[in-house]
Design a protein around this ligand. Structure first.
Ligand SMILES: Cc1cc2nc3c(=O)[nH]c(=O)nc-3n(C[C@H](O)[C@H](O)[C@H](O)COP(=O)(O)OP(=O)(O)OC[C@H]3O[C@@H](n4cnc5c(N)ncnc54)[C@H](O)[C@@H]3O)c2cc1C
Length: 390
């Protein structure tokens, strides 16, 4: 039977970053069900310079550097001067996995985690990997929306309505030079469609929340909408290099992120930003907060729920308030009709430089958010009321 200080489930950005933070000090093993670290076809890899700096990610892992975010609605368009990167996602994962391994982490591919066992007090004491028990002092669930341990151990009960789903094709041919384009409206009801510069390729996709798609009377599948979006773009070359797809939960409110001998990071506990569904940066940040508490807890040999709760507190301090605001914005923006989407996009165009910075860092305060919001209607206030009372 394998035994480690820390066992991590899942080698996405959150699990790998967590291992990268701690593998110098502790014996960390990662269990990933896929057979190839670069075979993770589930993200566009759009990100911002702050992520690259914060986590020391070399710019050479980017397929393109962008300098403009464009928002499009049926009859309006706004351009914001915002720098970004579109990562070669497989190379990015390989890079953080190599870093984690260079620090001493053990990476186990083809290792499917199917459940866990507890001691007599109910605390997790082993996980099941392909039918074998793996013991550790601490277990970290970074398995993304599957939440393979956290679902039961933390008692998560996600509502399918809160699930966002997305699909993307990476097409050959470089278009949208320097741009990340987001289009809202009928092109992806209850979500958005995108087209990102990816160097010699272009990444185009659609996503939506199941709840908002239904409320916006969407009909059909992601594939149908993706094909329509690609047709609308009229690119010279539509040959497909890769397909990326997946899902993530965006819960209305925060959930527990830790328990006895256990932490959950990244999409496992809905760390994705509610407004534009950027998940890489906050997922890695959650891993860093979890690693800080782990270090403290291991030094004090105290892996109790009470001690590890420090991670929940850190998340609440750093992200709680901002995510709640973004979640409210999500509820409002993705239910706008065409006319009001046009107003919204026009107002975004009027943001001054400082507010653009705040927008990108999800730091807009409520007053600024109202400034870019179209004229308020009674149903908006009802939605705000329902949101506040939850
Ligand atoms: C189509 C699409 C486009 C996106 N575009 C962007 C973007 O441009 N920018 C951005 O910031 N975010 C984007 N996101 C979101 C971002 O990819 C996620 O938020 C991020 O990947 C979350 O990281 P994670 O490590 O928490 O989970 P994941 O990346 O989901 O990693 C979880 C890992 O756990 C493994 N796993 C699952 N179950 C088990 C098991 N039973 N046993 C062992 N291993 C298991 C999985 O194989 C996976 O490797 C996109 C998502 C999708 C679907």
């Amino acid at each position: 039977m394998d035994r480690h200080d820390i066992a991590v489930v899942g080698a996405g950005p959150a699990g790998l970053q967590y291992a990268r933070e701690l593998a110098d000090e502790y014996d960390v093993a990662i269990y990933e069900k896929d057979s190839d670290i670069t075979d993770r076809k589930k993200s566009t890899g759009g990100t911002f310079p702050e992520m690259m700096d914060e986590f020391n990610i070399p710019e050479s892992l980017a397929m393109a550097e962008t300098d403009e975010v464009v928002f499009v609605s049926p009859d309006s368009r706004s351009r914001l001067n915002v720098d970004g990167f579109v990562l070669e996602y497989g190379d990015f994962l390989e890079y953080i996995s190599e870093e984690a391994q260079n620090h001493g982490a053990e990476l186990n591919l083809d290792s499917n985690v199917t459940g866990y066992d507890t001691d007599t007090k109910g605390a997790i004491n082993s996980i099941n990997v392909d039918g074998e028990k793996v013991e550790a002092d601490l277990f970290v669930d970074a398995s993304g929306p599957e939440a393979v341990i956290a679902q039961d151990y933390l008692g998560l009960n996600p509502n399918e309505d809160d699930r966002w789903i997305g699909v993307e094709q990476e097409l050959r041919g470089g278009y949208y030079d320097g741009q990340m384009v987001f289009e809202f409206g009928d092109v992806a009801p209850g979500g958005y469609a995108w087209a990102f510069d990816a160097g010699e390729n272009t990444k185009v996709g659609v996503c939506w929340s199941k709840e908002f798609f239904r409320k916006q009377d969407g009909e059909g599948t992601l594939q149908d909408y993706l094909q329509d979006w690609i047709a609308q773009l009229e690119l010279e070359n539509n040959s497909v290099e890769e397909v990326h797809a997946g899902s993530a939960f965006s819960y209305p409110f925060d959930v527990d992120r830790s328990d006895d001998r256990f932490l959950a990071v990244g999409d496992t506990v809905a760390s994705i930003n509610p407004l534009l569904l950027e998940g890489i940066r906050p997922g890695m940040q959650s891993a860093r907060y979890a690693a800080e508490i782990t270090y403290d807890a291991m030094e004090q040999s105290d892996l109790s729920a009470r001690k590890l709760r420090g991670y929940d507190q850190k998340w609440a301090e750093e992200k709680g308030k901002s995510f709640r605001k973004q979640k409210l914005a999500q509820e409002l923006v993705y239910q706008l009709n065409e006319e009001r989407l046009n107003q919204f996009v026009e107002k975004v165009d009027e943001l001054d430089e400082n507010l653009v910075e705040d927008f990108v860092h999800y730091d807009l305060n409520l007053r600024d958010m109202w400034q870019i919001y179209p004229s308020i209607k009674g149903r908006d206030l009802a939605r705000v009321g329902r949101f506040i009372s939850k």
